[in-house]
Design a protein around this ligand. Structure first.
Ligand code: ADP
Ligand code: MG
Length: 250
C-alpha cells in the first residue's frame, strides 16, 4: 500500500551484500513509511542493518529488491544525474565523525554543498552564515575544526546539512562521539529543526537519546521488530560550568 503523503516510503526493500560466495542479508523486506514532520530514532544492535537502511534512504546505495519512493518519486527509475539532483534538494546528512574538512573554516565547510549546486559566491557566503547562525555558531564562522569542541564541530556539520534547505535530515549516530551533556544539546537542536518542519531520522544505540524522538524503530537481523510512537522528552540544555566550556576542546 502506498502512502502518497509520506516523504520516505520503502516497500519490501531488501539489501544483500555478496562477498565471494557469502551472501549477507543486511535488510530483509523492510516496509517503512516516514510522514513529513516525523522525528524518528532507529535503534538496534551492531550489524542489525541501521546504516544500510540510512544509506538506502539517503540514496547512497540502492536496494537489491523492493521499491524506494522519496518525496513521491521512485528512486530506482532515476538516472544518476536526476538522483544527484533529488538528493541535493531533499536530503541532508550528519555523521558520527562530523566529516568536516580540516584546515578549512566553519564557513567554508558549510558553503561546500552549495559549490556543487552552482550558487554564486555571495549567496553561498550569506546562506552559510545564516545556517551557522541557526545552529548557534554565528561567532565561530572563521574557526577551523581543530579550534572547536566536538559539539561545535557537530553543529557545523548540521549547518552544512541545513544549508541546502533539505526536507529530511539523516543522521547516523550523530551523538556517538559526544559526551552526554553535549549529546542533549545536539538533540535539542534536532528537536528545534523538527519544530520548524524538517523531518529527522537518526540512528542511535542509546535509549537515552532515542527518548527525544517522537517515534522509535528497533531493528534486528535486517528486520524492523518494533515501531512505536511516543511523547518525546524535551531536550533541555543545562548551562556548562566555565571549566567544562574551556576543557571541552579536542
Ligand atoms: P549497523 O549499522 O546496524 O551496525 P550495517 O547496516 O552496517 O549495520 O550492517 C548490516 C550487515 O550488513 C552487517 O552484517 C554488515 O557486516 C553487513 N554489511 C554492511 N555493509 C556491507 C558491505 N559494504 N559489504 C558487505 N557487508 C556489509
Ligand atoms: Mg552503523
Amino acid at each position: 500500500m502506498s502512502d502518497e503523503s509520506a516523504l520516505v516510503q520503502l516497500e519490501k526493500v531488501s539489501k544483500v551484500y555478496r562477498m565471494g560466495d557469502v551472501e549477507v542479508h543486511a535488510l530483509r523486506h523492510i516496509s517503512l513509511s516516514i510522514p513529513r514532520g516525523d522525528f524518528l530514532a532507529i535503534m538496534g544492535a551492531s550489524g542489525s542493518g541501521k546504516s544500510t537502511l540510512m544509506n538506502i534512504m539517503g540514496c547512497l546505495d540502492r536496494p537489491t529488491s523492493g521499491h524506494y519512493l522519496l518525496a513521491g518519486r521512485d528512486i530506482s527509475a532515476l538516472g544518476s544525474g536526476e538522483l544527484a539532483e533529488v538528493r541535493n534538494r531533499t536530503l541532508g546528512f550528519v555523521f558520527q565523525n562530523f566529516n568536516l574538512l580540516a584546515r578549512t573554516s566553519a564557513l567554508e565547510n558549510v558553503e561546500l554543498p552549495l559549490l556543487y549546486a552552482s550558487v554564486s559566491a555571495r549567496a553561498r557566503h550569506s546562506r552559510a552564515t545564516e545556517a551557522l547562525q541557526r545552529v548557534g555558531l554565528g561567532d565561530r564562522l572563521h574557526h577551523h575544526p581543530n579550534q572547536m569542541s566536538g559539539g561545535q564541530q557537530q553543529r557545523v556539520a548540521i549547518a552544512r546539512a541545513l544549508v541546502t534547505s533539505p526536507q529530511i535530515i539523516l543522521a547516523d549516530e550523530p551523538t556517538g562521539n559526544l559526551d552526554s551533556r553535549t549529546s542533549v544539546e545536539i538533540m535539542s537542536l534536532f528537536q528545534e529543526l523538527g519544530r520548524s518542519g524538517i523531518t529527522v531520522a537518526l540512528v542511535t544505540h542509546e535509549p537515552d537519546i532515542a527518548q527525544f524522538a517522537s517515534r522509535v524503530l528497533v531493528m534486528r537481523d535486517g528486520r524492523i521488530v518494533a515501531d512505536q510512537r511516543q511523547t518525546p522528552r524535551e531536550a533541555i540544555v543545562t548551562a556548562a560550568s566555565p571549566e567544562e566550556e574551556e576543557g571541552e576542546g579536542q
